[in-house]
Design a protein around this ligand. Structure first.
Ligand SMILES: NC(=O)C1=CN([C@@H]2O[C@H](COP(=O)(O)OP(=O)(O)OC[C@H]3O[C@@H](n4cnc5c(N)ncnc54)[C@H](O)[C@@H]3O)[C@@H](O)[C@H]2O)[C@@H](O)CC1
Length: 581
């Protein structure tokens, strides 16, 4: 990414996430120059820990802190940070989960008066017991978890970007006891996340301790945001150098808690991010400003084949949402009852076929429900339209963008160009790929990418933070919406809004990257409209704070109130205005 000035650098740091391997590459020249990165990292962790204790009205000198330290540099960061807290008077218990500890960090903590408990019988840590029986190892594990639960703060420095696969061995056992067990140990729960309300403060006791994660929460999929193994959910994470994908991608982003990013001064120029978060600027770029000589046709026309006799409301929601999203006209095709309802709710709608710059199909249209013989007029219309998008069809590249939602997903030709946009939720994506909804919930990026690769379409996977994967795997996250947005019809609104933004790009055979950006912008504006409608400051994804910079506090104060999908439509113009302001 280009970062020619400070504002651009800041924008990139706050909205781009980089693969662990790229982070290591960016660290190298600084380490070669002797920049004390570990001390800088530890300093930020200690400061954040003190601030968290302060929030709980606990003075550092009265605090009991438990550190879980792995054998790698992540453990080193934690040991130095814990030493700083011990020097300030905190009572620090360090739990070594590996066979060794970072030498200098260990020495610093011992000097500062920290106590060390070893869990691995084969550990070789100077001055610490080892060679104990498996029975005693189990007792030590229980004791460590017990001490942690009774601490004011737990610092999780078991693994950072050096984690390979899911946690194994002692770190896995610690995470399973203290945090959340592996996916296969969670029974038939679909979500890998703890059952906590999306509230500003830690209200209510969910049995989890207050946790500060060092660089990444231990056990999260650093590069793909997955949560398949045991992990420790954090209330706050201090991340070093640059955001890793787990900070941005669901579900791992929700295991990070509040994010603080420490700018090490990496040279970000020319390094491709693994994922980008949509911000106002990107969203503003997807909104076509009216020209003095504009007329309804030049501003974009959206055609919708949505709603059905069974779900006529979806026709109303999609058409109204599209009409509110800065287009010149919406055309509606559907059964008579739905037509009547659309006209009653939106007299501006035009019924029947005609030229369009984008299509929206499938919202509120029944799927085949396991019956391939099902006959439905909407499905037949959609199937005939989608047949033109098959890459076997010579004209497919010149077809206008189409949003394929809900009941139309099973009508998709085998392979399509990237201006075909699929908008499944986790359950629909699971059905498309023949996996379970729980699997998609634990590894949404993996399955969104699989769907993109398999079909060629741009894939928008709906969720509290929405993932968009475009041609070539280009990945965006949009998380402007509060949890109040999970309400019937919200997906219909998103489909209409997305179709309308795509109509504004205006060209057949559009640049695949532009399609992905536009679609991600639609998800952002949808969330932003919901935030406005619900008057909530809670977000599906919130940018990190930069360590040492005075910024707007990440804490949200206004919880807001419930909304219905129609409220979101009402707020779309304000969301557009907000992006453009
Ligand atoms: N490179 C640097 O100089 C800097 C690195 N920093 C820290 O160093 C971390 C990376 O350090 P490392 O490369 O040593 O790696 P980590 O410390 O993240 O992880 C390595 C440790 O995790 C264990 N481990 C790996 N996979 C596991 C699994 N599946 N189950 C259980 N244990 C597992 C390994 O046995 C090893 O003990 C960063 O995340 C960051 O915290 C910071 O100090 C800043 C500077």
């Amino acid at each position: 990414m280009d970062t020619t000035n400070d504002a651009e650098r800041r924008g990139t740091l706050l909205h781009a996430a980089y693969a662990a391997a790229d982070v290591r590459e960016m660290e190298r020249p600084l380490l070669d120059d002797g920049v004390p990165l570990m001390r800088m990292a530890a300093n930020a962790v200690a400061h954040t820990a003190a601030a968290m204790l302060d929030d709980e009205d606990v003075d550092v000198e009265d605090a009991v802190v438990t550190l879980f330290a792995g054998a790698g540099d992540n453990g080193g960061d934690g040991l130095f940070a814990a030493a700083m807290l011990a020097e300030e008077g905190a009572q620090v218990n360090a739990v070594a989960v590996g066979r060794s500890l970072h030498d200098e960090g260990f020495a610093a903590l011992v000097r500062a008066g920290g106590k060390i408990l070893v869990l691995d019988p084969s550990a070789e840590i100077p001055g610490c017991a080892s060679g104990f029986t498996p029975g005693e190892a189990g007792e030590r594990l229980h004791a460590a978890v017990d001490v942690a639960r009774r601490s004011h703060l737990v610092i999780d420095a078991m693994t950072g970007i050096g984690l390979t696969g899911a946690l194994r061995g002692i770190p896995a056992a610690v995470a399973a006891s203290l945090g959340v067990p592996a996916a296969d140990g969670r029974g038939d729960l679909v979500s890998p996340l703890p059952d906590r309300p999306a509230l500003p403060d830690r209200e209510g006791d969910d049995g989890l301790p207050l946790v500060l994660a060092v660089d990444t929460p231990s056990g999260v999929g650093v590069d793909d945001g997955s949560l398949t193994g045991a992990y420790i959910p954090a209330d706050a994470t201090v991340m070093f150098g640059a955001m890793k994908p787990c900070a941005m991608l669901p579900p791992a982003t929700f295991a990070c808690g509040r994010l603080t990013l420490v700018d090490f001064g990496f040279d970000l120029d020319g390094v491709e991010p693994a994922a980008e978060a949509v911000d106002r600027d990107l969203a503003a770029g997807a909104i076509r400003l009216p020209r003095v000589d504009d007329a309804k046709y030049s501003r974009g026309v959206v055609g919708l084949v949505t709603g059905s006799a069974r779900y006529p409301g979806a026709a109303v929601l999609t058409t109204r949402a599209a009409a509110r999203t800065n287009v010149g006209m919406v055309r509606y095709l559907g059964p008579e009852r739905a037509q009547d309802m659309v006209l009653a709710a939106l007299p501006e709608a035009v019924l029947g076929k005609g030229h369009v710059q984008s299509w929206v199909v499938g919202s509120g249209v029944p799927d085949n429900d396991g019956d391939p013989e099902l006959r439905d007029i909407q499905r037949e219309t959609i199937a005939a339209l989608l047949a033109h998008y098959s890459t076997d069809d010579e004209g497919s590249a010149a077809m206008p963008p189409v949003v394929v939602d809900a009941g139309a997903l099973d009508l998709l030709p085998d392979h399509v160009p990237s201006q075909v946009v699929l908008t499944p939720h986790a359950g629909e994506l699971a059905r498309m790929l023949g996996v379970s909804t729980a699997e998609v919930a634990c590894e949404p990026l993996r399955f969104a990418r699989e769907a993109q690769t398999a079909t060629g379409a741009t894939v928008l996977l709906k969720g509290p933070a929405t993932i968009v994967v475009g041609d070539g795997g280009h990945t965006f996250v949009a998380g402007a919406g509060p949890a109040w947005l999970g309400t019937a019809g919200a997906g219909d609104v998103l489909a209409g809004l997305t179709g309308a933004l795509l109509a504004q790009t205006g060209t057949a055979d559009p640049d695949p990257e532009l399609v992905a950006e536009t679609v991600a912008s639609a998800a952002y504006l949808h969330g932003s409209a919901a935030a406005i409608a619900s008057e909530s400051e809670q977000r599906g994804w919130q940018e990190p704070e930069l360590f040492g910079m005075r910024g707007r506090s990440r804490r949200f104060h206004t919880l807001g109130h419930p909304i219905v999908a129609s409220d979101v439509i009402g707020a779309i113009p304000d969301a557009l205005a907000d992006a453009l302001s």
